[in-house]
Design a protein around this ligand. Structure first.
Ligand code: ADP
Ligand code: MG
Ligand code: ZN
Length: 480
């Protein structure tokens, strides 16, 4: 057993995929000139009044439901006051006293690679809505900083977990699962590099077995799962080194430096009182009805974890297949349509897990850029199963559908991939082969069974390898 234990809780910020901002109608879209997408509301001009984007509330409730949170019936916004140049209003509109979601959970997979499968429940403390701040741009000379306010007012959800994590692996597993889920329900793209998913890590250490929590630090600027994992390793070792030597941990906010692979103190941690939170007077209380919640529950797609279970229990797929097929929305959609068209989930899974994954790997394509349609893959599987094309030609069709969205039957026409399944024609060919190989045939009839394979090979060669192998075999058996 190790001598210390780490305790981690996450604050995850998710940028919502709405077209307009949270309190005004400016577009959320990135790019364009700095400050191209601002108005008096998001730029914080005096007297401008915010109005809540309905879509943001819908997404927040959908996410709350997906994380098994209680949806707050009377939810409110609060002002979090602080001064920083990227915040033109001088306060962030957030939710402190009555966040939209509370007391949820998400189960994560903590199976070890050796095979024992296990699940751990991570409790969600709360989920709230807030607006994003602008971006500071430091120019190369280092003596000038510019501000782009276009990101001000982009809607965010903050998801706060309880301090339930005990290892970097658990944290990464949670973030992976959360990202998959948010993409599934369509509320966010969750691109960590682009900052649409940002995870701050709260971490403390204590002697193994100690029931009392240690003082925590909060770490920011983690831009990949790898960074999260490295930062947790670094910070827990740093803290334990101090505690072990009788020192104390400062309650502070630290910044992860990706290049130096180290964390550095940024500022002393403020507590809620220092932000002088108070209720936002310009926005009304949100009264959420049961009907509203039911309505949103109805539009929620089946969640990845539920799908995984269904694939195993109802489609009888191996756990491994189910895990991979549900790790990504595009793959799941492709799988379900393919299985529906070909009527064989296991075969659909095999083609996706083996042949399609290889194409993705070889070409460095991301699942979200997949062009192939389930209807095409389903058709290819049926063509192979029915002996219309060979397995090898099936792969060629898959590649064409994958690369250029080719329609399988048209591509097979153009490239002459069809197997000969015309019985009359095959019968003629077999007869000809038997005539030309009298000796082999007679030996076979006298008991030399392996000649069958030879004759079959000859017949196949006559068709230039294009015969439906099952049918050809059947005809040869009959003719002998
Ligand atoms: P604050 O109000 O200061 O932001 P919260 O109580 O909201 O603090 O907690 C913020 C995050 O810190 C949560 O994710 C929580 O799980 C985590 N956390 C709280 N206490 C500890 C601790 N002792 N060690 C590690 N994480 C902690
Ligand atoms: Mg907090
Ligand atoms: Zn605006």
């Amino acid at each position: 057993m190790s001598e210390f234990e780490m305790v981690v809780g996450l604050e995850v910020h998710v940028e919502l995929k709405t077209r307009s901002k949270i309190f005004c109608s400016c577009p959320t879209r990135f790019g364009g000139d700095p400050n191209a997408h601002i108005c008096e509301v998001c730029a914080g001009l005096p007297g401008a009044l915010p109005r809540l984007n309905k879509k943001v509330l819908d997404y927040a409730i959908m996410t709350s439901l997906s994380l098994h949170c209680e949806v707050t019936k009377e939810s409110r916004f609060d002002r979090k006051n602080y001064f920083y140049p990227d915040l033109p209003k001088g306060y962030q509109i957030s939710q402190l006293y009555a966040p939209i979601g509370r007391n949820g959970y998400m189960d994560i997979d903590i199976s070890d690679p050796a095979g024992s499968s296990a699940v751990k429940r991570i409790r969600i403390h709360e989920l709230h809505m807030e607006d994003d701040a602008g971006k500071l741009i430091h120019d190369e000379t280092g003596n000038r900083t510019m501000i782009d306010f276009s990101r001000c007012g982009v809607p965010l959800l903050e998801i706060v977990t309880e301090p339930d994590f005990r290892s970097p692996e658990e944290v990464v597993s949670f973030l992976t699962e959360l990202r998959t889920m948010l993409k599934f329900i369509g509320v966010s793209d969750c691109k960590m590099q682009e900052g649409s998913l940002r995870a701050d890590v709260n971490l403390s250490v204590r002697a193994a077995g100690d029931p009392v929590l240690g003082t925590r630090t909060e770490m920011k600027n983690l831009s990949s799962f790898r960074a999260v994992s490295k930062a947790i390793g670094y910070e827990s070792a740093r803290q334990w080194e101090i505690v072990r030597n009788g020192g104390t941990i400062d309650r502070e906010t630290r910044r992860w430096d990706e290049e130096k692979e180290a964390s550095f103190a940024m500022r002393k941690k403020e507590d809620a009182a220092e932000y002088k939170y108070f209720p936002e007077p310009d926005l009304p209380v949100l009264r959420i009805t049961g009907e509203k919640i039911d309505e949103l529950r109805c539009v929620l797609p089946e969640l990845p974890q539920d799908r995984r279970k269904r694939y195993i229990e109802e489609l009888h797929l191996p756990e491994y297949d189910a895990g991979i097929l549900t790790a990504n929305k595009e793959i799941t959609v492709l799988f379900e349509r393919t299985a529906e068209i070909c009527g064989d989930p296991k075969e659909a899974s095999n083609w996706i897990m083996v042949d399609l994954m290889k194409l993705l790997n070889d070409t460095g394509t991301l699942p979200e850029d997949l062009k192939i349609r389930g209807s095409s893959l389903g058709e290819i599987i049926v063509l192979v199963k029915d002996g219309k094309v060979s397995r090898a030609s099936g792969k060629e069709l898959l590649k064409a559908a994958f690369m250029e969205d080719a329609i399988p039957s048209e591509y097979a026409d153009q490239h002459d991939l069809w197997l000969i399944s015309d019985e009359k024609l095959l019968e003629e060919i077999v007869e000809k082969v038997l005539e030309n190989n009298e000796k082999a045939r007679n030996e076979y009839l006298a008991g030399k069974t392996k000649n069958f394979q030879f004759l079959l090979g000859q017949a196949m060669r006559e068709t230039k390898g294009k015969a439906d192998p099952g049918l050809l075999r059947k005809i040869l058996e009959e003719k002998m």
